[in-house]
Ligand binder design. Structure first.
Ligand code: HEM
Length: 409
């Protein structure tokens, strides 16, 4: 039987297997094979677990061009789509992240307003309070402490719960199931069960919001369900997407970003000692670029023949845009392997590009700005309480990060 798990880095019919392994001792750098492939060409073939051989797009310019190209589809149910795991019976997820326009645009439009920059900016004081209170608790408690558990996960989970109208008391349930959904090596039955559990949970919540609307995003969707603009199951599916995307990604950026800064003390000192919000904002962009935590590649399939980067992509062929290496493309970022919080990295592709570019990016930026400008100032002696080689990295996650980060001060 074909293994449904994607073992990292083995070769398949002479092609490098995707996803690829990072080098031991270089936890912040993309896999060396992908870097070599980028030097050789903009596109090259890779092997997937199911024997398919999609294109891996490694260079920044070609990735942006393809991600903005309407001849490229994000529909997971189309033949040729480079699947990460087998499709469950009945087809893949009904989330708009895996749909094409006009269906994608219809659904995305219904949730764009709460993520608009001005609306998100209004949340800054509330996010600052959450961050300060969690730091108060850490300082009052025993040390060392696991920063993931005590801080990195609670910050975005509290924020997204407040925004969506999800009870934070259920955080163990949704955090655990989200982990199962996004782990690369979860068995398909387990993944389907976790997705069903989350969907059932959101459907129940949607029922409550329909009966008794409050002032939150899910209640806004409930109003649309009542108006017949959206089905209840579409609304619940959107809730699952927003809940998972809203906490897991940012949590990993908080923990991994902190680790990267602790390993670059000069950069950490620069950030800690500055009260310039522009430097904080630029540190956030640089860490997003440098770490590129969503490291599974943006997956697409060509709808028509496309000539690009000296190659001909045939209609029906799969594409994997390896954002992690594109964010280290020397043509887009000079000295790309250097973490430099003063550089202008705003054009990175850590949030993707094109119509599917991250909806929650204003919120993620705000949370990271508040965290990075507060944590290291309030705990200036923050340091690792374990050796780097003892830190459990999420090599098996669709979102990269650390499972635990023991710190002390
Ligand atoms: C540092 C944190 C984050 C990172 C690195 C990140 C990264 C990404 C990336 C790379 C995509 C593009 C997917 C694709 O093209 O296939 C994406 C899409 C998306 N993200 Fe984020 N994200 C983050 C935070 C958030 C937050 C806080 C939310 C809030 C709910 C969110 C909601 C979404 C949604 C709904 C989409 C789908 C957009 C669409 O298909 O139109 N993300 N994100």
């Amino acid at each position: 039987m074909t293994s449904t798990v994607e073992p990292v880095g083995e070769s398949l019919a002479g092609l490098p297997r995707f996803p690829m392994a990072r080098a031991a001792g270089c936890p912040f750098d993309p896999p060396p094979t992908a870097v070599t492939k980028q030097k050789e060409a903009a596109l090259s073939r890779v092997g997937l677990w199911d024997g398919s051989t999609p294109w891996m797009v490694t260079r920044y310019a070609e990735q942006r061009a393809l991600l903005a190209d309407p001849r490229v589809s994000a529909d997971i149910n189309r033949p040729g789509y480079p699947l990460q795991t087998p499709l469950p019976p009945g087809g893949g997820s009904a989330s708009f992240i895996l749909m094409d326009d006009p269906e994608h645009a219809r659904l995305r439009r219904m949730v764009t307003a709460p993520f608009a920059i001005k609306r998100v900016e209004a949340l800054r004081p509330a996010v600052q309070t959450i961050v300060d209170e969690l730091i108060d608790d850490m300082l009052a408690g025993p040390k060392p402490v696991d920063l993931v558990d005590a801080f990195a996960l609670p910050v975005p989970s509290l924020v997204i719960c407040e925004l969506l109208g999800v009870p934070y008391g259920d955080h163990d349930f949704f955090q655990d199931n989200s982990q199962i959904v996004i782990k690369r090596d979860t068995e398909p039955e387990q993944r389907v069960a976790a997705q069903r559990a989350l969907l059932g949970y959101l459907d129940e919540l949607m029922g409550e919001k329909i009966a008794a609307p409050a002032d939150d995003l899910l209640s806004g969707l409930a109003e649309r369900v009542k108006a017949g603009e959206l089905t209840r199951s579409e609304a619940a599916q959107m809730g699952v997407l927003l809940l998972i995307a809203g906490h897991e990604t940012t949590a990993n950026m908080i923990a991994l970003g902190t680790l990267a800064l602790l390993e670059h003390p000069g950069q950490l000192a620069l950030l800690r000692d500055s009260d310039d919000p522009k430097l904080v904002a630029s540190a956030v962009e640089e860490l997003l670029r440098y770490l590129n935590i969503v490291h599974n590649g943006r997956r697409r399939v060509a709808l028509e023949d496309i000539e690009i980067g000296g190659e001909l992509i045939r209609a029906g062929e799969g594409l994997i845009m390896a954002n992690d290496v594109a964010n280290r493309d020397p043509d887009a970022f000079p000295e790309p392997d250097r973490l430099d919080i003063e550089r202008d990295a705003r054009h990175h592709v850590a949030f993707g590009f094109g119509v599917h570019q991250c909806l929650g990016q204003p919120l993620a930026r705000l949370e990271l700005q508040v965290v990075y400008s507060t944590l290291y100032r309030r705990i200036p002696t923050l340091r690792l309480a374990a050796d780097l080689d003892q830190i459990p990295f999420k090599h098996d996650g669709s979102v990269y990060g650390v499972y635990e980060l023991p710190v002390t001060w």
